[in-house]
Design a protein around this ligand. Structure first.
Ligand SMILES: Nc1ncnc2c1ncn2[C@@H]1O[C@H](COP(=O)(O)OP(=O)(O)OP(=O)(O)O)[C@@H](O)[C@H]1O
Ligand SMILES: [Mg+2]
Length: 272
């Protein structure tokens, strides 16, 4: 990233330098041509059509001051040109992100809906984060049965969150397959998969907006009653004691300070 920023800053400076160079070239050319023509006109005693008299030194200086005025205005353009060049460079980065095709999208997606399923199976899963040298998961096999609670236990950094992220298809395994009943999750549309599996991450993020807005991100058609029920089920009844209840504003610039656990419970309500 630092390399990209550096090369683009250099590019932006090139453009600005080129603009200043061209501007100065034009201005000094005007001065030069002005003085050159002026000497010829005065020497040959030509008539100024505006006054009907011969050109004087006064006419020449009027001209020079006019150019001076123009150029000082033109120089005021420079900061604006810089802003335009910077906006272009930053805009490109943003559009590159918007236009990026996720590799997940190219995977086949037969199934638009996920029926009730009874097992999740991890089969010989091997996975490596692209930024890391070694495999994070090696030949993992896991059978998760429906209607049961499954807990994955392990040392910090051993790959528990990674397993869940693979299930949500935030990453794809390098080897092996993940099956929901008998269907490979790559054959299920991302939307159907993520609508069926609620995921509360370890460090939940509440988005800018009210608690209600945040819960509605989970299901935009949820009724008032469903919102309240989900909060109760998530053991987040503390929300009702807040001054503005579910309309309390949360997010980065919020005035209400929620603890990590409270944020997590709102995230659970969102998932529910
Ligand atoms: N996006 C990522 N890119 C590269 N490496 C990552 C990424 N996310 C996690 N890792 C690395 O993968 C390893 C496993 O991380 P993971 O989050 O799965 O651990 P965990 O078992 O959930 O740990 P904890 O109990 O602390 O939550 C860690 O060493 C971590 O540094
Ligand atoms: Mg974790």
């Amino acid at each position: 990233m630092a390399e990209i920023t550096k090369s683009q800053s250099i590019k932006s400076e090139y453009w600005t330098a080129a603009f200043i160079g061209i501007l100065k070239f034009v201005i000094f050319s005007f001065y030069g041509i002005n003085l050159w023509i002026a000497t010829i006109y005065i020497d040959e005693q030509r008539i100024n059509p505006n006054t009907g008299k011969v050109y004087t030194i006064g006419n020449i200086f009027t001209n020079i001051f006019s150019i001076l005025n123009c150029t000082s205005m033109a120089f005021q353009l420079i900061p604006n040109i810089q802003a335009i060049v910077k906006a272009k460079i930053i805009g490109k980065q943003i559009f590159d992100v918007i236009d990026r095709q996720s590799p997940q999208k190219q995977l086949v997606k037969h199934q638009e809906q996920l029926p009730n399923f009874s097992t999740i199976t991890f089969k010989n899963i091997t996975f490596k984060y692209s930024s890391q040298q070694n495999d994070m998961l090696q030949n993992i096999n896991l059978l998760i049965k429906g209607q049961t609670s499954t807990v994955i236990v392990g040392a910090s950094g051993s790959g528990k969150s990674t397993i869940i992220q693979l299930l949500e298809r935030f990453y794809s395994p390098n080897l092996g397959e993940i099956l929901i009943d008998d269907v490979n999750i790559n054959n299920i549309s991302l939307r159907a998969l993520r609508e069926s599996i609620g995921y509360v991450q370890q460090e939940p993020i509440l988005l800018q907006g009210t608690i209600r807005d945040n819960i509605l991100f989970g299901n935009k058609d949820a009724t008032e009653e469903e919102i309240q029920n989900s909060l109760r089920k998530a053991n987040a009844s503390f929300v009702f004691d807040l001054e503005n209840g579910v309309d309390t504003y949360v997010g980065t610039s919020s005035l209400v300070n929620l603890s990590g656990g409270q944020k997590q419970r709102i995230a659970i309500a969102r998932a529910l």
